[in-house]
Every structure is written in structure tokens, then in C-alpha cells.
Design a protein around this ligand. Structure first.
Ligand code: PNS
Length: 169
């Protein structure tokens, strides 16, 4: 009988989940997805749906925008989920969660989430990737604010997101 793959083997590392609100996706997210796609065979980009926290775009609209924005990257699945991230990760038979880490200000929140997720599922590892410097200050909230005030967001989002924001706002 073949021996079970030890944690940390290539099999363990094949799929990574990149969860987030993505309301909407911006170039900082894309930067992280492109980096992750070089490290894992498949990336599942997962839009977290929370009934109590409605955003500008519906979960389906967010999924659609991510699909369009990542069409140039191979091996990407885009979907949405409701409930606990650890349950979704288990359903997908994955063990790795990818998160972008922009600045020290992100650290406390990310640290809390990573440790909570690990205490819910001790096999789950959270891996942090840093976006490139030009994308480090981006957030969906700030992009929406600039768009709402008619600022130029060409440098911050892909064209289909710019169009979708113009339509929404
Ligand atoms: O893009 P965001 O808003 O920083 O992403 C946060 C997200 C969606 C990854 C996080 O809120 C999450 O995992 N939500 C799912 C519900 C859950 O598992 N909560 C406990 C995690 S500590």
C-alpha cells in the first residue's frame, strides 16, 4: 500500500484558495493572483458572501468581474462561498489559503484571521504574498471612493472593472 503523502509534499501544495470580498477586484488583488498562480497548480479565487455585509457589487457580479480580469491567467477557478472559510477550504480539499499583505496596518487583522482559521483547522496554512510596490496602497474601498468622486482609476483597476464601477456609480 502506498504511504500517505506527508504534509508539505507537492500534493499538499497543489491548490490554494484566495478568499476575499473583492468588491470589486483591483490591481493589487490581480498582482497577488498572478504571483500565486506561479506557486500553485491551481488557484481558487473565492468571493466571501455575507448577508449582513452587502457591498456595491453582488457576489455574482464580483465573480464575473474576477473571471474577466483573470482570463489571461491559466488554472484559475472563481467562485463564491457562504459561511466559514475553513469549511469551504475543506470542501475543496485544499490546505492553503493565500492572502495579500500590504503594510503593517494589515498585519493585526491578518494575524488574527490566520490564527483563528488554524485553530478551527490545524491542517490549514495561511501564506502571505506581497503585491508590488505600485499596488501596495490599493484597497477596494479607496478605489470606490476615488471612482465615486470622478477621479482617474485607470492605474488601479482593469478596464472592465472601471466600466462596471462607472455603471454602478
Ligand atoms: O477581502 P477581505 O474583506 O479582507 O476578506 C476577508 C475574508 C472574506 C477572507 C474573511 O472575512 C473570511 O474568511 N470570511 C469568511 C467567514 C469566516 O470564515 N470568518 C472567520 C475567519 S477569521
Amino acid at each position: 500500500m502506498p504511504e500517505a503523502e506527508p504534509p508539505g509534499s507537492k500534493v499538499f501544495m497543489k491548490v490554494a484558495i484566495y478568499p476575499g470580498s473583492f468588491d470589486p477586484i483591483h490591481n493589487g488583488h490581480l498582482d497577488v493572483i498572478e504571483r500565486a498562480a506561479k506557486l500553485w497548480d491551481k488557484i481558487i479565487v473565492a468571493v466571501a458572501y455575507n448577508e449582513a455585509k452587502t457591498g456595491l457589487f453582488t457576489p455574482d457580479e464580483r465573480v464575473d468581474l474576477i473571471q474577466k480580469a483573470t482570463s489571461h491567467i491559466g488554472s484559475i477557478e472563481v467562485t463564491s462561498f457562504e459561511g466559514l472559510l475553513v469549511d469551504f477550504v475543506e470542501e475543496k480539499k485544499a490546505h492553503v489559503v493565500v492572502r495579500g499583505l500590504r503594510a503593517i496596518s494589515d498585519f493585526e487583522y491578518e494575524f488574527q484571521m490566520a490564527l483563528m482559521n488554524r485553530s478551527l483547522d490545524e491542517d490549514l496554512e495561511t501564506v502571505f504574498l506581497m503585491p508590488s510596490q505600485e499596488n501596495i496602497y490599493l484597497s477596494s474601498r479607496i478605489v470606490k471612493e476615488v471612482a465615486r468622486l470622478d477621479g482617474d482609476i485607470d492605474k488601479f483597476v482593469p478596464p472592465m472593472v472601471k466600466a462596471a464601477l462607472a455603471e454602478k456609480l
